[in-house]
Design a protein around this ligand. Structure first.
Ligand code: URP
Ligand code: ZN
Ligand code: ZN
Length: 462
């Protein structure tokens, strides 16, 4: 199969050019003006942006939390991602305490057999009391070159500073990168206990018991530990000005610190947790939504380069059957929200259309920087001869209203219900195959491939 994309405006990290792209098989074989090739399919991209497929490096598909499971699996979640212009994800195999990392990897490999787009894994480490540190070496050799740790969620995932330091040293030595969910649990636990004792059990209390300073303290601490270990670090889901300030300050002295935020932290606030009829539970995710002033700080962080990525932390739970478990107690609401489908639209509309970021910065945030930080560049995250033909034709003029009635995610609500955006993915190509065209699905279950990723390379980010 070969596809010739003609007359588009190609946007990559290397610049913006009016040119054609020719994809043969799974790869890009030519980029240039007025290409004339013998193609099986010619697609006219007049007035369209032609960009690398989006890369969402923070998703939780089919994630078990206690006795429930996040509602999108690798089939439904990756299909929804593709409708939104994302052609690769990195999900999180999650080690259960006492389990070997290889077992967790096997479990996720089995789930991911259904993926419709390419996928990599960051390994979540919750316990290093066995030979898990040695397994880090094995996983890096397998192409799992990033590892995630938590300084919160004491029941399942939290590790202490000693374990964190050991992991950082080992991952750093192996040439990997450590991703951290940073919140100070010691300060959160008593606030939760107090809220429950006082009978404050509504969803809003989720936000009130997890203050911004808890996040900032943990961010500062894990950065200090990473510097001691000399391990590159990636702070996931940065929510607030205080945490961002810690990153920005530290980056000036030691540049191996990277960070992401997510659309919900740019567009929603803790007031959403106070919606009536328990609707606030739809917005219970961790760390919590913050204040409007944090939106401005995060946009500034993205523009200044202190945050390099926008991911989704897609972790959907059904409102009716899963979120409502916490109707009498906010601590029982499963944490997480959906978003894998809407990342590019939201960031394009509120970023590019509203002139907060340029179109090139948009591509950097949703595709190029994720590829660079996580060992996928230049195979993905850009458009180059010899690279994977993961290509999105973006219609900058298409109006689109986000709604659970029309989205493809397997979840019964949208955090962005009714948001009107201009700009949408029109044709989505994954390794040379058109999988979405004009809102129709042409992909196949199981066509996604595991991405064996390279080690972290600081020079790529320069
Ligand atoms: O609330 C969230 N974010 N759930 C998913 C797990 C995590 O903390 O990233
Ligand atoms: Zn997290
Ligand atoms: Zn997450």
């Amino acid at each position: 199969m070969s596809i010739l994309i003609k007359n588009g405006t190609i946007v990559t990290d290397e610049g913006i050019i009016d040119a054609d792209i020719f994809a043969e098989g799974e790869l890009i074989s030519a980029i240039g003006k007025d290409l004339s090739c013998d193609a099986d399919r010619i697609v006219d991209a007049t007035k369209r942006l032609v960009m690398p497929g989006g890369i969402d490096v923070h998703t939780h598909l089919e994630l078990p939390v206690g006795d429930i499971v996040s509602s999108d699996d690798f089939e439904t979640g990756t299909r929804a991602a593709a409708f939104g212009g994302t052609t690769s994800i990195i999900d999180f195999p999650t080690q259960l305490r006492g389990q070997s990392l290889m077992e967790a990897y096997d479990v996720w490999r089995a789930k991911a057999q259904k993926a419709t787009i390419d996928y990599g894994f960051h390994m979540i480490i919750a316990d290093v009391s066995g030979n898990q540190l040695d397994e880090i070496d094995e996983l890096v050799a397998e192409g799992i070159t990033s590892f995630k740790v938590f300084t919160a969620y004491p029941d399942r995932l939290m590790i202490d500073d000693e374990a964190l330091q050991k992991i950082m040293v080992r991952v750093g030595r192996q040439g990997g990168i450590v991703a951290v969910h940073a919140e100070n649990e010691a300060s959160i636990a008593p606030l939760v206990k107090k809220a429950l004792a006082e009978g404050r059990k509504s969803p809003l209390n989720h936000a009130l018991t997890r203050p911004a300073s808890s996040e900032a303290e943990a961010v500062a601490r894990v950065i200090a530990l990473a510097r001691i270990a000399d391990a590159p670090i990636y702070i996931v889901h940065v929510t607030c000005a205080e945490a961002l300030a810690e990153i920005a300050r530290a980056r000036r002295e030691w540049p191996k610190i990277f960070g992401e935020t997510c659309p919900h932290y740019l567009f929603l606030t803790k007031d959403d947790l106070d919606r009536p009829s328990f609707e606030g539970a739809k917005y219970v995710l961790t760390p919590p939504l913050r204040e409007t002033r944090d939106h401005d700080a995060l946009w500034n962080g993205l523009c200044a380069g202190d945050l390099q990525v926008v991911s989704t932390d897609h972790c959907p739970f059904m409102f009716e059957t899963q979120k409502k478990r916490g109707i009498d107690d906010f601590t029982k609401i499963p944490n997480g929200g959906p978003g894998i489908e809407n990342r590019l639209q939201l960031l394009y509309h509120f970023g590019v259309n509203k002139k907060r970021i340029s179109v090139r910065e948009w591509v950097d945030l949703v595709a190029t920087n994720p590829a660079k930080i996580f060992g996928l560049y230049p195979r993905k995250g850009t458009l180059k001869v010899g690279g994977d033909a993961d290509i999105v034709m973006w219609n900058p003029d298409q109006m689109y209203t986000i709604s659970a009635k029309s989205h493809h995610m397997r979840v019964d609500y949208s955090m962005f219900e009714g948001f009107e955006v201009r700009g949408n993915a029109e044709t989505v190509i994954s390794r040379g195959e058109i999988i979405v065209e004009k809102n129709q699905w042409f992909g196949r279950t199981g066509r996604g491939r595991f991405l064996k990723r390279a080690r972290f390379d600081a020079s790529v980010m320069m």
